[in-house]
Write a protein of this length. Structure first.
Length: 94
């Protein structure tokens, strides 16, 4: 798997905003979210989510349609499609 590319755009006392780019065949690597967060897809696409036990699910991304998750989520995010996935991750600091 190729590594995803990330660029922190804002990091202050309240939030951290990171742009993520997953090329075809890319992955974020297994990680745990330490803060509540919002994902804002920049482009439409499909991500494969792999849970710690290996369970796989698909997530459909709609450009501009945000979603919220609580801290503690554990997963790896894969791009098994032929197009780049781009999204913003907005982490809400306690």
């Amino acid at each position: 798997m190729l590594a995803a590319k990330s660029e922190v755009q804002v990091d202050n006392e309240e939030v951290r905003v990171t742009e993520w780019r997953l090329p075809p065949g890319g992955a974020t690597g297994h990680h745990t979210h330490g803060m509540d967060y919002v994902i804002v897809p920049v482009v439409a696409g499909e991500m494969t989510i792999v849970a710690p036990g290996g369970e796989r699910s698909k997530a459909q991304l709609v450009a501009g349609k945000s979603y919220f998750r609580k801290a503690g989520v554990q997963h790896d995010v894969l791009n098994e499609t032929s197009t780049e996935i781009v999204f913003l991750e907005i982490e809400l600091k306690p």
